[in-house]
Design a binder for this molecule. Structure first.
Ligand SMILES: Nc1ncnc2c1ncn2[C@@H]1O[C@H](COP(=O)(O)OP(=O)(O)OP(=O)(O)O)[C@@H](O)[C@H]1O
Ligand SMILES: [Zn+2]
Length: 465
């Protein structure tokens, strides 16, 4: 199978050839861990999860190294820690900063696990690689690509003639269009920060330029180099990072003499009314908000994969409902799979779609066809590669009749008693509790029938026992 990927660097779809098929290497820019991830942040996670699965399928489970970092040097993390300290929290500021990053990472894992995203091979925290960042900056200064001034280290953008190639802009256009900061310590307004001083009340690390902290861009260059080597195959992230973040990563790494990434992949944005969902615009909701509203992780995943990653998309109730209905149908078929469901091959149309620059909408169409054909083993196998079937059948889609029998019997008994006593309170109460647990209740003269409804919560159901 030939995997084709759209390389932002060349603006063409290219056949993918790894440097070393026994160790295919991918780096994706991860989150700044200051707060819960919003739904937009989940898009790159799911897109690169599909690519990770595809590469593992093609080259072998142990032949792919996937690195996604945590940016844990950030003013917004510090602010929360400072507020907690001011409110009387015990511990040093460093400890409170660490606590904030730790809890955000925990949330991130919980949320992305719920979407069925596999954990990357390495999830480095920037603060664990400060020494490598300092070494890389020193090297750039030695080579004349960077300079130190007033406690800062800056990258000399005009020393790298290829600057702007990834995003297809010239340095002068970028100066005209971008918000470049003019500062007394800069030779040129385009130059960007590799290292900056820290104030006494904030965390900092000793460096040849004084106590300070790294700029955001050097973090990714240093971690990618340390964990993936001089050259690697794929670098990914959202299109919002193409400039300046990725442009700067390339400049730093190339000038340090590294080959860096061969293929650049960028996912388009999740939007709200035509605008990027973002923290700064305030037009966001978190993955956890949706999960708490009873939207299953599989449904979120389905909606996200229904649009090709290079197209902008939005989240709508209609998409959610359709995704939920489709998955219910698929799970109802796939749950009848036999123990050897994993033995057969994957559907060629589905695999071709994924190999064609991760065409997940076409892969989903192929899955629809398999569902209509009705072979549970085959459907389950193909749902698995799309990540819909991670930990067995999800409770919300469990349609097995026995699941509800005890509750149906109990409600029926209550009704029989009520028919004698003419007091229906207990029946109405149980019905209300079932509905609150997301169960649909239907009754005819003889029987009670229960079905899984919207927002089904097995825990609430258990409380009714
Ligand atoms: N609306 C979006 N749609 C798709 N991807 C997004 C969106 N917003 C951010 N991303 C991606 O999420 C990842 C994590 O980004 P980062 O931590 O910088 O986001 P953030 O600063 O929390 O978000 P914001 O951009 O809302 O301020 C990056 O790969 C970024 O490209
Ligand atoms: Zn990055």
């Amino acid at each position: 199978m030939t995997i084709q990927l759209y390389n932002t660097k060349t603006r063409t779809k290219e056949p993918f050839t790894p440097i070393d098929p026994e160790n295919v290497r991918m780096y994706v820019c991860g989150p700044t861990v200051y707060d819960r991830a919003h739904l937009g942040n989940a898009r790159p996670v799911l897109v690169f999860d599909i690519l990770y699965r595809l590469l593992r399928h093609e080259y072998g489970e142990n032949a792919v190294t996937y690195v996604r970092n945590f940016t844990d040097v950030d003013d917004r993390i510090n602010e929360t820690a400072q507020k907690r300290k001011a409110a009387g929290a015990t511990g040093t500021l460093e400890a409170l900063i660490r606590e904030r990053s730790d809890e955000t990472i925990r949330w991130y894992h919980d949320d992305m696990d719920a979407l069925g995203a596999l954990r990357p091979t390495h999830e480095p925290r920037a603060t664990a690689f400060i020494a490598q960042m300092i070494a890389m900056i020193e090297d750039l200064i030695d080579k004349g690509h960077a300079y130190a001034k007033d406690g800062h280290a800056l990258f000399r953008v005009r020393s790298y003639t290829e600057y702007g190639k990834l995003s297809g802009r010239s340095v002068d256009d970028m100066i005209a269009g971008a918000r470049v900061e003019v500062a007394p310590f800069k030779e040129d307004p385009m130059d960007f920060v590799l290292w900056k001083p820290s104030t006494d009340d904030l965390p900092g690390w000793d460096s040849p330029w004084g106590r300070g902290r790294p700029g955001w861009h050097i973090e990714c260059s240093a971690m990618a180099h340390e964990l993936l080597g001089e050259s690697f195959d794929i670098h990914g992230g959202g299109i919002d990072l193409q400039f300046p973040h990725h442009e700067n990563e390339i400049a730093q790494s190339k000038c340090a003499g590294h080959g860096f990434a061969n293929v650049w992949l960028h996912n388009e944005m999740l939007q709200v009314e035509g605008k990027k969902m973002s923290k700064s615009l305030g037009n966001f909701f978190t993955v956890r908000d949706l999960l708490n509203q009873g939207v299953p992780g599989e449904v979120i995943r389905f909606v996200m994969l229904s649009t090709h990653y290079r197209k902008p998309m939005d989240w709508t109730e209609k998409k959610r409902d359709e995704a939920e209905a489709t998955l219910r149908k698929w799970f109802a078929i796939a749950e009848n799979a036999g123990i050897l469901w994993n033995e057969g091959s994957l559907d060629p149309e589905l695999m071709n779609a994924l190999a064609d620059d991760l065409n997940t909408p076409r892969a989903i169409t192929a899955c629809h066809r398999l569902a209509n054909a009705g072979d549970p083993d085959e459907l389950r196998r193909n749902m698995e590669i799309l990540g819909f079937y991670q930990k067995g059948l999800p409770a919300w889609a469990d349609t097995s009749a026995t699941h509800f029998t005890q509750y149906e019997e109990k409600l029926n008994n209550l009704r029989n008693i009520a028919k004698q006593t003419k007091n229906y309170t207990a029946v109405d109460d149980m019905k209300a509790a079932l509905i609150a647990a997301g169960v649909e209740v239907k009754m005819d003269k003889e029987n009670v029938y229960l079905f899984i409804g919207r927002g089904f919560d097995p825990e609430k159901l258990k409380a009714l026992q």
